[in-house]
Design a binder for this molecule. Sequence first.
Ligand SMILES: [Zn+2]
Length: 294
Amino acid sequence: MKKILILFILVSALSGCSLKSNDDDQKIKIVVSFYVLEYLTQRIGGEFVSITNLLPTAGEPHDYEPSTKDMVTLSKANHIFILGNQFEPWFDDVSKTIYHKRQEVLVVSQGIPTIVNSTTNQIDPHVWTSLRNNVVMLNTIKNELIRIDPDHKIEYEANYQAAKAEFETLDQEFIEVLKNRVRDEFVVNHAAFGYLAKDYGLNMIPIMGIEPDAQPNASMMAKIIDIVKQYDIPYILYEDDADTEVADTIAAETGALTGVLRPGESLNVKQIANGDDFLSIMRQNLQWLKKALT
Ligand SMILES: [Zn+2]
């Protein structure tokens, strides 16, 4: 009750002072839960959308809890795009507090078959690590934007076709490059690449669980070290910004090197400065997979 009252006061205080320009007022305002949805929505919506990403730069989505400021943003939003697939467990509680007829929520991963992580028995939420799943999500976002704003149907359709072609081109590059691999197994700290592995017939061996800060126990560590030795795996892959201690230990025990594989859940300052985006990160992932599999 207290929370709702505080929120009400904040919303009242902020609603009186709109600093948005007229141009921005014309745009469809969409709040998204993390970077990949920002990227996909921007690709379709182009100049007709204004997107607020709740997850800060270099943010860790598995630990995310909305701040008071985020609650205000969510309560004022007309359109909220979430991934679904239990990726945003915080949203159930939030929606009870903020939800009223003004907000429309799009579950972007709808219709995509999920896979269950065999180690943790949890649904793997990381559907976007499959380039093909991104094409499905681009289509879902396109249909939603056409529903909200039918006047720009032609533009949304054209943006969809252009983005779809880029994702399909990169998918072909993955197929071509990975044709020459000598093993299917890759070791990665964060169990985020199950959907990518499935597309190309690879076998992801995660050190941690679905959440990157879950630590392996001693017997799991021993098992991973055995696998690295057995398949002569040359690189232990981890996302930058992650705790590398375990990956470093495995590398030291086995003589493997460490490399980088990024799920793209958020961009860090360096990636933003480099002009990286989701597709360039996936293209870099392909280069690291090539090293790790050949
Ligand atoms: Zn993740």
